[in-house]
Design a binder for this molecule. Structure first.
Ligand code: FE2
Length: 286
């Protein structure tokens, strides 16, 4: 069952991993932690719904707290969530002992077709209302909390700012949220805004987790686009600046996660060091 105790206060810096990826090898990360060579406070586990993967990580992780990340729930689609997807998310949370399930305001489906990229939420009040209904439904049925994450953008559609839409979903569904700093930066770039524009009006007490990930800026089409590369690239310095400024302002912050899928071990170690130094004040107080 979910154990919220490790996240009752700020737990520290963890890594987002995909159990199906060869790099980084999550078992090697656990070995490095056990050897005292990698400070690791938790893992956020992406299993693509595969229960065997969740059980394998739980069995190997010892006392390390685990979170669950699911991107197959499609919480922005009208018509409600699929019962089989919700049941699978609940089973994965149970297997991991995860106190919450992170789920983006996005979908990978168009009809029956599966896309290997996210379609992010349309930025309207109507879309926010649909997502809030879905998140309320999900939060009622999971063994822990449903936590709503802002998605990446390369072409925002709709008049609202993503932070307005995410705030509305969180307030109407009464759920916590993850703010993915790279995804937020991707949106701000599209609109020509500063990295933290809109944050002063956001309910910061809803934020339980912050995400960071590697990325590249692609200006080949004449405008800067953010390409979310996770472990396939380095952390942009601007993300670490956003983290250092924002983390101390989030009173409910429990976790800072670096999403490192596809990274080599050296890059993981480097990114953990950079993130921990941006959080020196908070980690020192832990
Ligand atoms: Fe994320």
């Amino acid at each position: 069952m979910a154990d919220p105790a490790p996240f009752a206060e700020f737990a520290g810096v963890g890594l987002g991993i995909d159990v199906h990826n060869q790099h980084p090898d999550w078992r090697r990360l656990l070995e490095l932690r056990a050897a005292g060579e990698l400070p690791l406070d938790f893992l956020e586990v992406y299993t693509r719904g595969e229960l065997a993967g969740a059980r394998a990580v739980r069995a190997a992780a010892g006392d390390l707290p685990l979170l669950y990340h699911d991107d197959a729930l499609d919480p922005i689609l009208p018509g409600g969530l699929r019962a089989d997807a919700v049941a699978l998310a609940a089973a994965n949370m149970d297997a991991l002992g995860a106190p919450w399930c992170v789920c983006e305001l996005a979908t990978r489906r168009v009809g029956e077709r599966y896309l290997d990229f996210f379609l992010p939420i349309v930025l309207t009040d109507e879309a926010a209302r649909v997502a809030a209904e879905n998140f309320r439904f999900l939060d009622d049925r999971l063994p822990g909390r449903a936590v709503c994450e802002n998605p990446p953008y390369q072409l925002p559609v709709g008049p609202r700012h993503i932070l307005e839409v995410q705030a509305r979903v969180c307030e109407e569904a009464d759920v916590p949220c993850v703010l993915d700093l790279g995804h937020l930066y991707s949106f701000q770039l599209c609109r020509g805004l500063d990295p933290l524009t809109g944050i002063d009006d956001f309910p910061l007490e809803r934020i339980v987790e912050l995400h960071l990930a590697g990325a590249v800026l692609d200006a080949s089409q004449g405008v800067s686009l953010y390409r979310d590369a996770h472990g396939g690239a380095e952390l942009l310095p601007v993300l670490l600046e956003m983290l250092a400024e924002l983390a101390p302002r989030c009173p409910s912050l429990r976790a800072v996660t670096i999403e490192v899928e596809d990274a080599g071990i050296e890059r993981v170690v480097r990114q953990v060091e950079a993130t921990r130094s941006a959080l020196a004040g908070l980690l020192g107080a832990k």
